[in-house]
Write a protein that binds this ligand. Structure first.
Ligand code: 3PY
Ligand code: MG
Length: 269
């Protein structure tokens, strides 16, 4: 049964929303993840294999599976952000937002006047949300969520400025890049103590500014930690790791047939 509540309403209600994350340029994998019960599915156009056409197809399948549609755009591609919400994305995550100017340009690309400069023609979005043009125009600024990724020391330094952009709905933390930036390239440590402390401070600041906060997590343990920090949108799992883990698990059942079942590099993150 399709849930017709908008993602924005769910996130603003304060109840945590869990999204799975897709790299694999498939339409069916996002639908399978939606049907498995994830609240939302995120299509990764920054680091994943999805182009525009594949993402549009994936949105249709996510809707069919009854989940919310989120996309991460490549760095600085605000024109693509506008196209994706026309195609039915309910939330856009923008990587590497490091200043107020970055945040403002991104946020304004998602909103119709007077909040921004989004251009009109949401053909697919009105179909997927079942709204008339008039209803969509009235509601879309509130229904469309823009989250600016905070994942560098520069972004932390500019956080008050970023959070002061009125058109911006919230932030989304990337712990891997954050750990790289905080250690000046010395370590990739998304689960380390210094990264966790920074994540807690970012959530606190977002809450104080009245903004939504999301974060990238892989394990159930990190999801629990993120919820306790007050994050409202939390990723959990990636298609590549799901397939890799399930294949290795299945193969282990017939390990007696093989000399060895481990040893090759799997799908990392
Ligand atoms: C990060 O952790 O840096 C991310 O961008 C998550 O994909
Ligand atoms: Mg990142």
């Amino acid at each position: 049964m399709t849930d017709t509540t908008f993602l924005a309403d769910k996130m603003r209600s304060g109840k945590p929303v869990v999204t799975s994350w897709c790299f694999l340029r498939s339409a069916m994998i996002p639908e399978i993840l939606a049907r498995a019960g994830y609240d939302a599915v995120t299509i990764d156009m920054q680091h994943g294999m999805y182009d525009f056409d594949a993402t549009v197809d994936a949105f249709t399948h996510i809707a069919l599976g009854g989940a919310h549609r989120i996309a991460r755009i490549p760095v600085g591609d605000n024109a693509l952000a506008g196209r994706l919400i026309d195609m039915g994305a309910e939330c856009i995550i923008a990587p590497m937002i490091n200043s107020r100017a970055d945040a403002e340009a991104f946020a304004r690309s998602l909103k119709y006047p007077p909040l921004g400069d989004r251009s009109w023609s949401p053909r697919r979005a009105v179909m997927l949300t079942g709204q008339s043009n008039e209803a969509y125009l009235k509601a879309s600024n509130a229904q469309t969520i823009g989250l600016a990724m905070v994942e560098t020391q520069d972004a932390i330094d500019a956080l008050d400025d970023i959070l002061s952009v009125p058109e911006l709905d919230g932030i989304f933390v990337g712990p891997s890049d954050l750990s790289l930036s905080l250690s000046n390239g010395a370590a990739l440590d998304p689960n380390g103590a210094a990264t966790a402390e920074a994540c807690a401070r970012i959530a606190e600041k977002a809450r104080a500014a009245g903004k939504l906060a999301g974060i990238f997590c892989l394990s159930g343990e990190k999801v629990e930690e993120a919820v306790s920090m007050g994050y409202q949108l939390i990723s959990h799992g990636i298609d590549t790791l799901f397939v890799d883990g399930a294949a290795r698990n299945a193969l282990s059942e017939v390990s007696w047939l093989k000399d060895r079942v481990e040893g090759k590099t799997g799908a990392g993150y």
